[in-house]
Design a protein around this ligand. Structure first.
Ligand code: PRX
Length: 648
């Protein structure tokens, strides 16, 4: 605690790394100087820490922006880097995954065992006709087979599209169609909050809407619930895998071989398939994982609580940790099942030393109170990480004190599905930590904060966060839509990647994220688009018009709040409460529970400008219980008063 310089003003609290921590730190100050002197040389050195079947001679090709290639003439196998390499180095007995099922069942899987399983799964995929470049959809709970499936797909040069298990049949269907997946890998069900949720049912419903590309569905038996079966199409994973060869040689693929597509919400209704490739992605995932979390693979037990259905689960559950030979915890269920201390019990059981989670989880633990974590021995923890949304200083301090015992580093990491890996973060052991700030770009990343015109902001003014130079793990495009890729991220400034976030620098040059500046909400660290939820609401028979905003929420950061105008005939039969309840359920069914609006207000009018644009800013004021802002550009200035009267 001596290292703490505690000022009265929250913003200027600083926490210097302890001398003991700094002395054994993985990251060195020289990373910053090396990267500043020769950025491309720095990344090439990082890439050479991987195993290349064929070494690269070119680092970056940026002659055709915004389409970058990294390490283009090199060849590698991503799965080999995550598996075989460690076994060959003599670490086959090291535990790769301590898997913990929600009902309390568990499995320890060594690197040798994981490698063996992935080899079989790779042979199985090949036997089902999957070839390099083919797309495979994964719709699985957090079970080891999710990791095995991803790595097996990577091993044969195919492309995975993991769809979060909470998404609805419609959402799954549109993702399968967009990627033209040949195969879907799912499970009979998964455990969540003590109940079984049927995943195979959802896949059946999705495929029932028509998916001509899908030839097979591989089903992992997890929950043993009854499932419908289509002979010829559906196959049990366990039965099939037992029949294939155990041996499999990992072939080399070009550095730019597509590795995965991951769908994320944008400002328009249609989800975007963010495309990531192999060599650059793995380089940045591995480097950041090692340095941001100070990973000592021989002694640390790492736990990232994200689901593999999100980018954090891709980069910091699967590729980063496994490329680094880490031992990690994988947990199937929710934090409060069967009791509110479940996470802390897991940390105690496996002696977790590095925990990476989201502010929304931290805030919900704060609400329940410190007496729950205090019942467990959390002294194994030595690094804490946060991702997904700004972590407010109060939550940061609580995390450090109550979970971290008051003296261990908390790193707040800013990045996106599109960036593939961490872009802004402190490095524990080097950086003086500042609660609430994501701090500085990691070595090798160039970014800036600019005005709407693209000029660097002066001093500590707020502005738009842009990335000024290509980076290894950057998205290579939007699947099947190069124009949308350009329009969404590059057209605004031409030569800079626009992240969609507002930010400012403080006097020390530390970066503070200010939230999204577009029509994207951030609910529990997950991106949802207002347009997508509006489309879903309007698709309901009773809806005439809908507007959706993200309103501040104590636990989830932002919550979905909808304003809906009903069609005349419906208003006669339903009360507003009933209509609102039905619409909330409808959105959850159409998109997934994560998109369920916190509130649906039934109103008679929406605030619009003269050109007919909905003024979401005013609705946000209303949803957050603030004084309504400037209404002078409204076509009818009385509208807001009338809506306010209906809502409040
Ligand atoms: O608004 C930023 C917010 O989450 C967005 C990216 O969302 P997604 O692609 O789903 O990836 C989340 C996990 C990487 C960003 O545009 N965001 C993410 N991390 C932070 C954050 N906002 C503030 N601070 C962070 N540490």
């Amino acid at each position: 605690m001596n290292a703490q310089i505690d000022h009265n003003l929250e913003e200027i609290r600083r926490f210097r790394p302890s001398p003991e921590f700094a002395a054994q730190s993985v990251a060195r100050q020289s990373l910053y100087t090396d990267a500043a002197e020769d950025r491309l040389g720095f990344w090439a050195d990082r890439a050479r820490e991987l195993h290349w079947h064929k070494p690269f001679t070119k680092t970056l090709d940026w002659t055709n922006p915004p389409f970058a290639t990294w390490f283009e003439d090199g060849e590698l196998n991503v799965a080999y880097n995550c598996l075989d390499r460690h076994v060959l180095a003599g670490h086959g007995d090291r535990i790769a995954i301590h898997w913990e099922g929600e009902p309390g069942d568990s499995r320890d899987i060594s690197y040798a065992e994981l490698t063996a399983e992935v080899k079989r799964a790779a042979n199985l995929l090949t036997s089902l006709g999957i070839e390099a470049g083919d797309r495979v959809a994964i719709y699985l709970p957090m079970i080891p087979e999710a990791v095995v499936a991803m790595l097996a797909i990577a091993r044969i040069g195919a492309v995975h599209s993991v769809v979060f298990g909470g998404f609805s049949p419609d959402s799954l269907h549109s993702r399968i169609l967009d990627a033209e997946a040949k195969l879907v890998i799912t499970a009979d069900g998964g455990y969540r909050k003590g109940r079984v949720f049927g995943l195979k049912d959802t896949v059946d419903a999705a495929l029932g809407k028509g998916a001509p590309s899908v030839a097979h569905v591989l089903v992992v038996k997890r929950t043993g619930n009854d499932v419908a079966w289509e002979d010829g199409r559906d196959l049990w994973w366990g039965d099939e895998i037992a029949q294939v060869d155990a041996d499999h040689e990992a072939k080399a693929f070009p550095a730019e071989q597509p590795l995965f597509i991951l769908y994320t919400s944008g400002t328009t209704g249609k989800p975007k398939g963010i495309l990531h490739t192999s060599g650059g992605y793995l380089t940045q995932a591995a480097f950041t994982h090692r340095n941001v979390f100070d990973l000592h693979p021989e002694s640390d037990v790492y736990w990232c609580t994200a689901d593999v259905g999100w980018i954090t689960g891709h980069s910091y559950v699967v590729y980063g940790p496994l490329a680094n030979g880490a031992t990690q915890v994988l947990y199937e269920g929710t934090p409060d099942t069967p009791h509110p201390g479940r996470w802390w019990e897991i940390i105690e059981k496996y002696k977790v030393s590095i925990l990476y989670t989201a502010p929304t989880a931290i805030r919900s633990f704060m609400k329940v109170g410190r007496q729950i974590p205090q019942k467990y021995n959390l002294r194994s923890l030595r690094v804490l990480g946060s991702v997904g949304e700004p972590i407010n200083p109060e939550a940061w301090i609580w995390y450090r004190h109550v979970i971290g015992g008051g003296s261990i580093p908390v790193v707040d990491t800013w990045w996106q599905t599109e960036t593939g890996g961490i872009m802004i973060s402190a490095l524990p052991g080097i950086t003086d930590l500042k609660p609430g700030s994501a701090q500085i770009p990691i070595p090798g990343i160039s970014l800036d904060i600019v005005t709407d015109e693209g000029e660097p902001v002066s001093g500590t003014d707020g502005g738009l966060l842009v990335i000024t130079e290509p980076w290894p793990a950057m998205l290579r495009g939007i699947w099947g839509d190069p124009e949308r890729f350009k329009e969404t991220y590059w057209d605004k400034f031409g030569d800079k990647y626009f992240a969609g976030d507002g930010a400012r620098r403080d006097e020390d040059g530390d970066i503070w994220l200010l939230g999204r500046v577009d029509d994207v909400m951030n609910v529990s660290g997950h991106r949802l688009s207002t347009a997508e939820i509006e489309s879903s609401l309007v698709a309901h028979d009773m809806t005439a018009e809908a507007a959706v905003v993200g309103a501040a929420d104590e636990t989830t950061g932002q919550a979905v709040v909808a304003f809906v105008i009903l069609k005349e005939r419906q208003t006669v039969t339903l009360t507003n409460e009933e209509a609102s309840e039905q619409l909330r359920a409808h959105v959850a069914r159409q998109i997934g529970a994560i998109a369920r609006p916190r509130q649906v207000f039934i109103v008679n009018e929406l605030p619009k400008t003269r050109s007919g644009k909905i003024m979401r800013r005013l609705l946000r004021d209303l949803a957050e219980g603030r004084e309504i802002g400037d209404t002078t550009t409204l076509a009818d200035t009385a509208v807001m008063q009338s809506i306010t009267d209906q809502v409040r």
